[in-house]
Design a protein around this ligand. Sequence first.
Ligand code: G6P
Length: 489
Amino acid sequence: MSQVLVASNRGPVSFSLSDDGALTMRRGGGGLVSGLAGVTEAGTATTTDGEKAPEVLWVCAALGVGDRTASRRAPDGRLDLAGHDVGRAAVRMLDIPAATFDRAYNGVANATLWFVHHLLYDTPSAPHFDAKARRDWQSYEAYNAAFADALARDAAPGAKAAIQDYHLSLAPRMLRDRRPDLRIVHFSHTPWAPPEYYGLLPDGIGERVLDGILGADHAAFLCDRWAEAFLDCCAARLPGVKIDRAARTVTRGGRTTTIGVHGLGVDGESLRRRAAEPDVAARSLALREQVGDRKLIVRIDRTELSKNIVRGLAAYRELLVDHPEWRGRVVHLAFAYPSRYDLPAYREYTAAVRRTAARISEEFGTPSWEPLILQVNDDYPRSLAAYGLADVLLVNPIRDGMNLVAKEGPVVSERGCALVLSREAGAAAELAGDALMVNPYDVSQTAEALHRALLMPGEERAARSRRLADAATALPPQRWFADQLAALD
Ligand code: G6P
């Protein structure tokens, strides 16, 4: 039987430890984990031609005392997920020293690489590549090496390794050096920065990140734009590199890496099944009561700078100012789940979201009308209920690798929802035909799009929403993952 290794910072599950020593398991959060959820199911199925599906081992970081305890208790440190509701992979959680993890995850991955790829540096948060940054970088190398070591140790001869995201951009090269027999794919779930912006990274570091990814046989992205930007950065930063734009290959030091685009969609059937469960129905009922017969504008995000929540709220305010006829007739439900709270920029952003929301409620709210409901605690069934009832879904990131909210909404929607979508989301490449497209910086244009979306006749809305759902489910995660592995053959 063949073997597939998956490597990502956040794993498919996480554990919490209670005082009496009991462990509770729950599904991990984040877009990457939703995307990869179908992958573990590969361990249970047989392929269409009757071959036994590959054995899957998922390597991730242990993210707390629960994960560490679960790993220590598991035989040989391998957690077997068979029998749980999360497919059938084995999971190995790496116990990375806390200080190394903090510098690699917060210092480099989230505060530097994420900011560069999402064009998030503005004046106050401009990068300082100083002594601390150099120390953080060494930790990022050590963190990547810990993954490469574990993968090299666990991989069967000739196995395939699928390494995920910007946390692990050095690991492909490191793994190749340790195990030349493996076939390696690296997948970027983020956008890729254009060369002028990528140029923020200090000499040496920018090149190492590119070289790290080129250690893979196949480097994959969510849409053409990000793949092209990666090629542009290789051309700008790596002397002597040979790039074939038509064939989408990069050759360096005698080795060629193919560059691929694999869009990620949602598994319509399992999402609809989940949305039909009783916990969602109960929340749907409560929400209906809260909103009454008013129109509902929904947004669902992590409280994340790239998601552009403050401008989204400003657009809602402008809608109420420019079109006062909507006052009392619309409710904006904004889910902004806590995220990356260790970083000051995220804490400040969360405060800005709360301030902006409070000002809108104060300015327009009446005893009988709550114009805006901001919900900050993570409640997945309530999100599904909101998708079901939304008249309008607002997705306005400054930049986004794909954005699965834009895809999940139309799939779960009961009567069809109008989608207001940023042209800077990867999903725009697939959904632009039926969404109302906006420049995420243009608050007035976004307000007008919300107005048009609210006015859209029911029949048109339902028809567009159906086409959006078809596009959103065209590449379910299982297919997305299988395509990456197939690119290694
Ligand atoms: C994005 C990234 C993922 C990450 C997720 C949640 O989707 O591409 O790699 O897991 O955000 O972020 P977090 O820092 O909480 O893992």
